[in-house]
Design a protein. Structure first.
Length: 399
């Protein structure tokens, strides 16, 4: 690896001591993040509800977006660890890319592991260099966290599929070439509905997208989607119809690890801003950072962010080593811990800034809204606590 570019040749790591390649990657991504920082680039874009197109293109050009995708399809041949590192370092400049969570992390992983050869050739190289974006749609208004209750259905019509239903809160559909849609098909033997994943082009006839009016400040837009009998060719189905649950679960750990990475990075941004301000601002004889009422909460935030990051690294290492069930517990815990730590970091950064923390100039109050996304999506705090209660503690479920 040289300079800013990542092409290939990552060695497999073990433990949490980063290799020289990983350190170089961190430094290179951080350098890019510094060019597209929060106050001068992300904040004005977010206020105009415009996506971070230039940053996405540059990150793709340098190989950062596809670092986890297979080398034979144009990716970097590394793992989710490296993709999480990319996301964390960008977010540490306030420039995390929400669509990294869905496009290379979920969709790239699912297609890379389960897609047909044609699907891999068609999608992976362009997902890797960022020239294509694939959104991910599972959430439905009436099902919410209970994804077993989704009703978007695909039925056979000759060799084609006819997709009918709707989705809500789907991020970045305006930027995407396609959406990986979780639907249900009828099992020909039992007649029961079972999940299936379809690649749906965003320009497909009868596919209607409506932007949602969110009250948080971030550059990407969420959409309500309507599939009014969208006709799809046979090859829109990802992989084998009978392997859909495994396919879906393959995307969940990367999604949570990348969500954790974005939250850890955002927390680091807030902590850096607070620390810098606390060193400069003096209203008595010393900088405010000398008062323990200011320094101790920041020290606590530092510890909590480091702990969340450590769990994220553990989850990524487990996932990349092929231990999916070990990774599931760690990924859930990491996403929980990272969301809580980053929300606390933002709140404390605002407090450290006093009135300045609530001004448009710093944008910290706006970032607090964005940080709160991680407590709800892609899986809520409460559903993670349910997971840990049931799977880690063996407690009975209430629902
Ligand atoms: C900014 C943003 C971007 C998003 N992007 C995407 C995307 O790209 N693709 C996509 O598919 N989805 C996306 N989502 C949707 C997101 O995954 C859901 O909002 C999330 O899974 C929660 O579902 P819900 O909003 O329906 O909440 P609900 O399921 O209605 O839950 C409401 C509250 O009840 C709690 N609750 C529910 N069930 C239980 C239970 N059994 N025990 C305890 N508490 C419970 C929840 O934790 C939550 O606090 C996005 C959401 C947001 C806000």
């Amino acid at each position: 690896m040289s300079g800013l570019s990542v092409k290939s040749g990552f060695s497999v790591k073990s433990g949490f001591v980063e290799t020289d390649e990983q350190k170089e990657l961190r430094a290179a991504v951080s350098k890019l993040g510094a060019r597209f920082d929060y106050v001068d680039y992300v904040l004005p874009r977010s206020r105009q509800n415009q996506p971070l197109t230039e940053l996405w293109a540059e990150a793709g050009k340098h190989g950062f977006l596809g670092v986890n995708l297979p080398e034979e399809y144009g990716g970097g041949g590394a793992g989710i660890y490296e993709l999480a590192l990319v996301q964390e370092e960008l977010a540490a400049h306030g420039a995390g890319l929400l669509l990294i969570v869905v496009s290379p992390a979920i969709c790239g992983t699912v297609i890379g592991k389960f897609g047909t050869e044609e699907q891999k050739q068609k999608w992976l190289p362009s997902l890797a260099d960022g020239s294509s974006i694939m959104a991910f749609g599972i959430t439905e208004a009436d099902a919410g966290s209970n994804s077993h209750h989704i009703t978007t259905t695909a039925r056979r019509d000759g060799a084609d599929w006819i997709l009918h239903g709707s989705k809500i809160f789907i991020s970045g559909v305006d930027q995407a070439d396609a959406v990986l849609v979780v639907a249900r098909t009828e099992d020909s033997k039992t007649g029961k509905l079972k999940p299936a994943l379809f690649i749906v082009p965003t320009d497909a006839p009868n596919f209607v997208k409506q932007p949602m009016e969110m009250d948080i400040l971030e550059p990407d837009t969420q959409f309500t989607l309507f599939f009014d009998d969208v006709r799809l060719p046979a090859e829109a189905l990802v992989g084998e119809p009978d392997a859909a649950l495994a396919q879906l679960f393959a995307g969940l750990n990367p999604e949570r690890i990348l969500g954790a990475a974005m939250a850890v990075g955002m927390g680091r941004y807030a902590l850096d801003a607070a620390t810098a301000f606390a060193k400069e601002r003096a209203v008595w004889k010393t900088p405010i950072g000398a008062h323990q009422g200011i320094s101790h909460p920041l020290a606590q935030v530092k510890i909590e962010l480091e702990l969340a990051k450590l769990m994220m690294q553990k989850a990524a290492v487990l996932y990349d080593s092929g231990d999916d069930s070990g990774a599931a517990e760690a990924a859930n815990m990491a996403k929980y811990a990272a969301a809580e730590a980053s929300i606390k970091a933002l709140d404390q950064a605002i407090q450290t800034h006093g009135g300045a923390g609530l001004t448009k100039e710093y944008g910290l109050a706006a970032m607090l809204g964005a940080a709160r996304i991680a407590r709800v999506a892609p899986v809520s705090r409460e559903m993670i606590l349910n997971f840990v209660a049931q799977h880690s503690l063996g407690l009975p479920r209430s629902y």
